[in-house]
Design a protein around this ligand. Structure first.
Ligand code: NAD
Ligand code: ZN
Length: 232
């Protein structure tokens, strides 16, 4: 840690688990909402068929998130942004807890649950600032419907974000991947790109993942416990 000049961190749902946010795969079993598996209600097909139902699901998730706070893993990562020559934080999480902890620049690979975007134009809004509870909300610029600004199952990542994160990953000398099952692509490729380009790769996850064997170190502990220990 002391020798590292350029650090790249990729986080997943496990980093928010200690804040009380349920992970998708970590807990075993397939969660259902109103009888629908999460990968159906969170899919591009559902957004096309029934956008109000998708809004209802995301409103429900936001209501759960509202009272949750960042944990020591988020806090440690926020401190690191000022400790290295270059520091990059990329996350698969949509919960906004890295921002809440004070991280200024976060590469949000899968979007952000607090943001909505217009189906037709580039307009984006913070859902907390919407005046009406109308669902779907209508764009104040063009009047079309808005949708959660989150990558749904069956969709591509927002243009450019992965490419920028990949370029940072390939330039780092220390890569830490924390709280991800490393099953969701292309995010799971980022630590692989980092290591192939010469970085030392560390995984933080109480369970082993497909990436564990490939890592230089696999720390089988909770992110909220182990990341503060790496702090200096
Ligand atoms: P995942 O649910 O597939 O895997 C979670 C991983 O975290 C597991 O490997 C588990 O062993 C590990 N884990 C559990 N508790 C941990 C802890 N305290 N410390 C460290 N690791 C811990 O999550 P994923 O790999 O991020 O992929 C899930 C997808 O679902 C992502 O694309 C993400 O967008 C979305 N998602 C987001 C959130 C969120 O925003 N918080 C929550 C669930 C799912
Ligand atoms: Zn619009």
């Amino acid at each position: 840690m002391r020798a590292a000049r350029s650090v790249f961190v990729l986080t997943g749902a496990g980093v928010s688990a200690e804040s009380g946010v349920p992970t998708f795969r970590g807990g075993g079993g397939a969660p259902l909402w109103k009888g629908m598996p999460f990968d159906v209600i969170s899919s591009a097909g559902m957004a096309a068929r029934d956008l109000p139902a998708v809004w209802e699901w995301f409103d429900y998730r936001r209501d759960l998130l509202q009272s949750l706070s960042p944990n020591p893993a988020h806090a440690t990562l926020a401190r690191w942004q000022d400790k290295f020559e270059t520091f990059t934080l990329a996350t698969q999480n949509v919960d906004g807890l890295h921002n809440a902890a004070g991280s200024r620049e976060v590469f949000e690979l899968h979007g952000n649950i607090w943001r909505a975007r217009c189906l037709s134009c580039e307009e984006r809004v913070d859902v907390r600032e919407l005046e009406s509870r109308e669902r779907p909300p209508l764009c104040r610029l063009c009047g079309d419907s808005m949708r959660p600004d989150v990558v749904l199952f069956g969709e591509l990542l927002p243009p450019g974000v992965y490419e920028q994160a990949a370029s940072r990953a390939m330039g780092c000398d220390l890569c830490i991947v924390a709280g991800t099952s490393a099953l969701v692509y292309p995010a799971a490729d980022l630590p692989v790109l980092a290591k192939r380009a010469g970085a030392f790769l560390v995984e933080v996850n109480p369970e082993r993942t497909p990436l564990s064997e490939f890592c230089d170190e696999a720390l089988e502990r909770k992110a909220g416990e182990v990341l503060p220990l790496l702090d200096f």
